[in-house]
Design a protein around this ligand. Structure first.
Ligand code: CA
Length: 222
């Protein structure tokens, strides 16, 4: 899953970037509101974390411009303690959730997971499951019939994306856009390699190849 983090306080941004990367998210970071308006509308993010106090353009205006422009990406806003007016305004202009600073990193992690599931119509799943597999996102491993299967970081990222999009045909370029940040060179052959590793670990039938179209993870479409 690919996230946009808009936060101008560098120490906090650094900390969040490191944490989110460890959790297997590809993250692009911006500190300026004007840049955020443009990039949030032009890249296919799965979720955006938006600070409201930003140079260039206030976060509330950034969010308003995205929503007016038809950008429906889930947005979690970061607000200052005690500023209930900001939170209300944020929710009114289309924020999906908010966190008040300072917050515990685990709370952010759980809210992100919940928002991503909700966006896929899977809000009822406390743990992602599809095709007989159960994914433990905090431990980054998967179990099948109660047996735990270890995953590399790259396999976990790919499998999580597949499980959030079960039953959908996903092209290699689509997968690359959602699994790598804007700075990383995207090589769709690498995706093929990881798909083959996942098949070897979880069974060939789990990921089907659609010639000329891409891959389809088995299970019901969300
Ligand atoms: Ca700020």
């Amino acid at each position: 899953m690919r996230l946009l983090l808009v936060e101008d306080h560098v120490p906090l941004a650094d900390e969040l970037l490191a944490g989110l990367t460890r959790q297997g998210y590809a993250v692009d970071w911006l500190a300026d509101g004007r840049d955020a308006v443009y990039q949030g509308a032009s890249e296919p993010y799965d979720l955006i974390i938006l600070d409201l106090g930003l140079p260039g353009k206030p976060g509330l205006e950034v969010l308003q411009e995205w929503r007016t422009g038809g950008i429906a990406t889930p947005v979690l806003i970061l607000t200052a303690r005690g500023s209930w007016a900001e939170r209300i305004e944020g929710l009114k202009v289309g924020a999906d959730d908010y966190l008040t600073k300072p917050f515990h990193p685990e709370e952010l992690q759980l809210r992100i997971q919940a928002l991503l599931r909700r966006a896929r119509g899977l809000a009822n799943q406390p743990q992602l499951h599809a095709a007989g597999l159960q994914l433990d996102e905090s431990r980054q491993c998967v179990s099948r019939n109660g047996d735990e299967v270890d995953l590399t970081a790259a396999e976990f990222r790919l499998l999580r994306y597949f499980m959030l999009h079960a039953g959908q045909i996903l092209s290699k370029s689509h997968l690359a856009e959602h699994l790598y940040d804007g700075e990383t060179e995207r090589d769709s052959n690498v995706i093929e390699v990881h798909v083959n590793h996942l098949r070897r670990k979880l069974g060939r039938e789990v990921i089907e190849t659609r010639r000329g179209q891409g891959y389809r993870f088995s299970g019901d479409a969300a």
